[in-house]
Write a protein that binds this ligand. Structure first.
Ligand SMILES: [Fe+2]
Length: 311
């Protein structure tokens, strides 16, 4: 279903039949080019050094869309029925060579988006408001984030930090020799066993969470799997398999069964991201993960993430 498909429109909105909760928004070629022109006097270093510039470029992008993009993103992210967006730019993924300009444009684009929907948290892994990282064929890191040959299981972000994590932006900047590795998304209300685990006595019990050294978070935190309900009284969740520390058999088995249930749920969306596109999700009622890749020694993917809060 295409709601708006005229060239004069700043963007199109589409919903795929098989993934009705995911809104696909594509910025028109004209808006993309105009935004690139407007960014010419700024570079990545400038927006890293001067936080107010991030709001300026966000406002510039919004004005190019007749002040519609920011409101549309927020409406979708707050709406329990949807809450996930795939944002693309018409034309950019067809560019043959991905130059430094392409990389810089995409960092600036996701910065504009994050400042239209709120404020990004400081990413302790990078020490900046965003983090870039690579996925390669071989990896010796201390979590599954960069490991290509295994599925990164469904989870929420921000489970081991004290600040709120209302939303997550996952952007693909460049990739080569990649087969597989699609993004995985599961809406909480589509999870078949939600009520079973939500009504379990351990659903609201505080558990302990910590993270490996690469995350640069030097404390442990505690919270339940199911946090307080949202405004509509529906469950919201904060779960990841790798960083929760069960203290007894009961907690361990609850977590094991919950993880198995999530991984086997058939309602999970598999989403292919083109270079330069990004997923923006409500982190409390969507779980996300990544499918495994087909082995290729030249496999390379550059990603960017931002996590933050609504204002
Ligand atoms: Fe994540």
């Amino acid at each position: 279903m295409t709601n708006s498909n005229q060239n004069s429109q700043p963007f199109t909105e589409e919903t795929r039949l098989s993934q009705p909760r995911l809104k696909v928004i594509k910025l028109s070629r004209g808006i993309t080019e105009n935004f690139k022109d407007a960014l010419k006097k700024f570079n990545v270093q400038a927006i890293e050094y001067k936080p107010f510039l991030r709001f300026h470029i966000a406002n510039t992008l919004n004005e190019l869309t007749n002040n519609k993009l920011g409101a549309l993103l927020l409406d979708n992210l707050h709406n329990r029925l949807t809450g996930a967006i795939l944002l693309e730019c018409e034309g950019t993924s067809e560019e043959k060579t991905k130059s430094e300009d392409f990389i810089d444009f995409n960092i600036l684009l996701s910065t504009a988006v994050s400042h239209l929907i709120g404020m990004p948290n400081l990413d302790s892994m990078s020490g900046k408001f965003y983090a870039r990282f690579s996925v390669k064929n071989d990896d010796n890191s201390d979590s599954y984030l960069r490991q290509a040959h295994r599925r990164m299981e469904l989870h929420n972000d921000g489970t081991y930090v004290q600040e709120k994590t209302d939303w997550v932006i996952m952007q693909k900047i460049i990739e080569s020799n990649v087969e597989g590795g699609e993004s995985l998304l599961l809406h909480l209300d589509d999870w078949t066993d939600l009520q079973k685990f939500y009504e379990h006595p351990l659903a609201k019990e505080k558990l302990q969470w910590s993270s490996p050294s690469s995350k640069n978070v030097n404390y442990k935190t505690t919270h339940p799997i199911f946090l307080d309900e949202d405004e509509d009284g529906k469950p919201i969740m904060s779960y990841i398999d790798q960083f929760v520390e069960p203290k007894n058999m009961e907690q361990g088995l609850y977590l094991y069964e919950l993880g198995e249930s999530l991984e086997n749920d058939s309602a999970t969306y598999s989403v292919k991201l083109n270079e330069g596109s990004m997923l923006i999700i409500n982190n409390y009622f969507w779980l996300h993960g990544r499918d495994k890749f087909t082995a290729n020694k030249n496999l390379h993917r550059e990603l960017l993430r931002q996590r933050g809060v609504f204002n």
